[in-house]
Ligand binder design. Structure first.
Ligand SMILES: C[S@@+](CC[C@H](N)C(=O)[O-])C[C@H]1O[C@@H](n2cnc3c(N)ncnc32)[C@H](O)[C@@H]1O
Ligand code: SF4
Length: 385
């Protein structure tokens, strides 16, 4: 352990297994009824961490994120081994943030205590809804009471916790969402992730939606639900710091800020993405998605990489816009220029500013306004053009 470092560097660890597959989810998550050879997987994570660290030695890890899938299905000893491997190959900041995503179905206090002892200091729970009928429809294996009981366990063990809710669901009214959100805020400490339901291609929800059997709020109601969410959360002291993430100031997820602020991160495990800074180049990495194929690749090659390419300055700049403009703080125009050698056309900025979609701050940052957030993709496309 050393002192906090100035340059943020995150490590993302993807655990790709779940107890069941939720019908809306297109994350890289898989169900293995026959069980998972966890010890063998852990050895592969250790190997991939060693291989990555050999390419980018000398970093100080400021955040680690166990995402999934459902990392709370892992044994605490596996989490411990992975954290030990990270600590063996890189320095780890004394104030490192170590987050782990948990599904309320797999929360037991003993396991949570084990994660805490291993070094996890923040959990993020997939609560999704506080209504049992909706939870069933979302294919969740837990009730609202069980989810809240899991939040209580998290609260008793970790200083920092967050939970996810999905809104803009079928039949959801503004009044019902307001009541549900206020109930959720009463259980939240410092952080909430609030996602509008998206219909992802290839999921069962996609087929149902296409067949007209699953109807989600139209754009107008979606917009009203979004505005309501911003108002209720801001009033409760949990303003949005990113399009779907709310926190008390200072309690933002530091790991996710690494992505959105364009810093460096390593991705290990099946289907993990990374961005490495090597010899003044920005390298995009991606590993094999299929868990067993990833395992075999790592066992054969020492890593599971299937993409390992240098991004061109224009690509780095576009990515910086795309990620940075998700943040309420926006982006530094000077950094955009440094990355791309380009400036953003002032005429485009004025046009969007006049329309109320963006604003520039006194210290030269460009940010999307609250009114502009629901149109973020169009705003970014316009600025990047
Ligand atoms: C990897 S999962 C979280 C952890 C854990 N697997 C769970 O489900 O409890 C990340 C989050 O993405 C959100 N999510 C996944 N698919 C979504 C979709 N189609 N629309 C909106 N949110 C979605 C859910 O809120 C979910 O909790
Ligand atoms: S939402 Fe979470 S539990 Fe459900 S399939 Fe996706 S990753 Fe797994």
């Amino acid at each position: 352990m050393i002192l906090p470092s100035a340059a943020p560097f995150g490590v993302y660890v993807h655990w790709p297994f779940c107890l069941s597959k939720c019908p809306y989810c297109d994350f890289n998550s898989h169900v293995r009824h026959g069980g998972v050879d966890e010890a063998r997987f852990v050895r592969a994570y250790e190997a991939e961490i060693a291989a990555t660290a050999a390419r980018i030695p000398g970093r100080t890890v400021s955040s680690i994120f166990f995402g999934g899938g459902t990392p709370s299905l892992m044994q605490p000893s596996s989490v411990q081994s992975i954290l030990d491997a990270i600590g063996k190959h890189w320095a780890v900041a004394s104030d490192v943030e170590v987050s782990l995503e948990a599904n309320p179905t797999s929360v037991e206090a003993t396991r949570f205590r084990g994660y805490r002892a291993a070094g996890v200091n923040r959990v993020s729970l997939g609560v999704q809804a506080l209504d049992d009928t909706v939870l069933k429809e979302l294919g969740r294996l837990h009730t609202a009471d069980e989810a809240l009981a899991a939040v209580k366990v998290a609260r008793s063990i970790f200083e920092r916790y967050s939970f996810d809710l999905i809104y803009a669901r079928p039949r959801q009214t503004l009044d019902a969402w307001e009541a549900e959100l206020k109930r959720a805020i009463a259980e939240a400490a410092e952080h909430l992730s609030l996602y509008q339901l998206t219909i992802e291609s290839g999921t069962p929800f996609f087929g149902l939606h296409k067949a007209g059997k699953l109807v989600i709020p139209d754009d107008d109601l979606g917009r009203d639900l979004y505005d309501l969410t911003q108002r209720v959360c801001a009033d409760a002291g949990l303003p949005a710091y990113e399009i779907s993430n709310h926190a008390r100031p200072g309690a933002e997820c530091r790991h996710n800020l690494v992505y959105w602020r364009g810093h460096e991160y390593a991705g290990v495990g099946p289907g993990a993405h990374g961005r490495l800074n090597i010899d003044r180049r920005r390298i995009a990495t991606e590993t094999e998605k299929r868990p067993e194929a990833w395992l075999e690749r790592v066992e054969t090659n020492g890593h599971g990489l299937i993409v390992d390419e240098t991004l061109q300055p224009g690509e780095v700049a576009d990515e910086f816009l795309l990620m940075g403009l998700r943040l309420a703080e926006g982006i530094e125009l000077e950094r955009y220029f440094m990355l791309s050698g380009r400036t953003i056309d002032p005429k485009r900025v004025s046009f969007l500013r006049d329309g109320g979609a963006v604003e520039t701050t006194d210290d030269g940052r460009l940010r999307v306004t609250l009114a502009g957030f629901p149109l973020l993709d169009a705003v970014v496309a316009d600025l990047a053009a």
